[in-house]
Design a protein around this ligand. Structure first.
Ligand code: KG4
Ligand code: ZN
Length: 343
């Protein structure tokens, strides 16, 4: 071990994935994620079940992360954990565990804001994807979040817009449920959309001021549309599944792209980074490639494993904060609502 190397154990438990990662500086040595399958039966995350599953998973996940990294807990420099935002019961599991471990090992504790981590995941050392230069725009799109952030520096961030109701991933999942697809429906809508006509069924786009988003109206209009069509033609969904998915995806992607274009215009910044589970979507990826060619944007998408909820993104923030000596004391508690701090 080189003297200057920093080893961080990072813990993420804000929603339904229990994850632990070991970092050597800005490199990921291991990143273990235990996804909770139990929620599939319910068509969405059940908070109480999520907390219980975190309790069952956290010890084996941390053991695995240390073993894969080939690091002994006594070599660790600090423990980083997700303080919020997220489900309180889930956050409490990771927070309590991190606090105890840091106390037991006598090493510093570092709290991490989950939304900031989605953005700083772009700085995980990775040969393939480039790291954005400051300032840049970051759009985090997942099952829990939809946010556009102006990133001036690692810890200088300003939220420009966010969703007023459902997150974009929820919009995918809830509309998928309407047409009978299992949870989480986002990837299935994406797969079916590729074989359909995106302009088959035009759905209205919400009129929301500024850079904020709203997706609940879209869900309702799709529900009414499907109810009306199936009343006239009972096998409507079966017959037009691909066109319906393509039309839903087209509408959601254009809502996201309209706001991104507005943010670029407003700030004059053409470096655009996206993250969160929905960045796997083929429609948004295509739209971003198009904007690179047509509008001269530079776009950044981290490796998929760093887009969905994972502890490596908590670990990179842990490393960046460690360098600054930004430690947390034992009185810290989990925070279900926790905006990105502008330090
Ligand atoms: O980041 P993530 O794993 O967890 C949250 O923090 O929510 O994101 C999961 C969300 C789900 O809503 C899922 O349906 C959506 O990301 N998703 C997709 C695709 N892959 C995952 N949505 C649309 N197209 C995809 N290919
Ligand atoms: Zn997330």
């Amino acid at each position: 071990m080189k003297n200057q190397d920093i080893y961080i154990l990072a813990i993420e438990s804000s929603c339904d994935d229990t994850s632990a990662a070991v970092m050597r500086n800005d490199s990921v040595l291991s990143n273990v994620v235990a996804t909770q399958k139990i929620h599939e039966e319910y068509g969405g995350v059940v908070p109480e079940l999520a907390s219980r599953a975190h309790q069952q998973h956290i010890v084996p996940v941390i053991h695995q992360a240390l073993a894969k990294a080939n690091i002994d807990k006594n070599q660790l420099s600090a423990i980083a954990f997700t303080r919020g935002p997220g489900l309180l019961g889930s956050l409490l599991v990771g927070t309590s565990f991190a606090k105890s471990l840091s106390l037991g090992l006598g090493i510093p504790l570092i709290e991490v804001n989950h939304m900031q981590a989605h953005i700083l995941a772009h700085f995980i050392k990775d040969e393939k994807s480039g790291q954005p230069e400051f300032p840049f725009l970051a759009m985090t799109i997942s099952g829990g979040h939809t946010q556009i952030v102006l990133v001036r520096d690692y810890f200088k961030m300003e939220i420009l817009g966010e969703t007023l109701d459902d997150a974009v991933g929820e919009a995918f999942d809830k509309t998928a449920k309407i047409i009978g697809l299992p949870y989480p429906g986002g990837p299935l809508v994406d797969a079916l959309a590729q074989k359909g006509n995106p302009r088959a069924f035009p759905f209205p786009k919400p009129k929301v001021k500024g850079l904020d988003f709203s997706f609940s109206g879209l869900k309702t209009s799709i529900l009414y549309f499907i109810q009306k069509q199936t009343a006239e033609q009972p096998d409507f969904i079966e017959q037009f599944k691909e066109d319906i998915c393509a039309s839903i995806q087209y509408t959601i992607v254009s809502i996201l792209m309209d706001k991104l274009k507005k943010a670029v215009k407003q700030t004059g910044i053409k470096r655009v980074a996206i993250g969160g589970g929905v960045s796997a979507n083929s429609g948004i990826r295509e739209a971003l490639q198009h904007a690179e060619k047509e509008k001269g944007w530079t776009t950044y998408i981290p490796k998929f494993e760093y887009c969905t909820d994972n502890a490596a993104m908590i670990g990179i923030v842990g490393f960046l904060k460690y360098r600054e000596g930004a430690f947390t004391d034992q009185r810290v508690s989990a925070k279900a609502r926790y905006n990105i701090p502008d330090q």
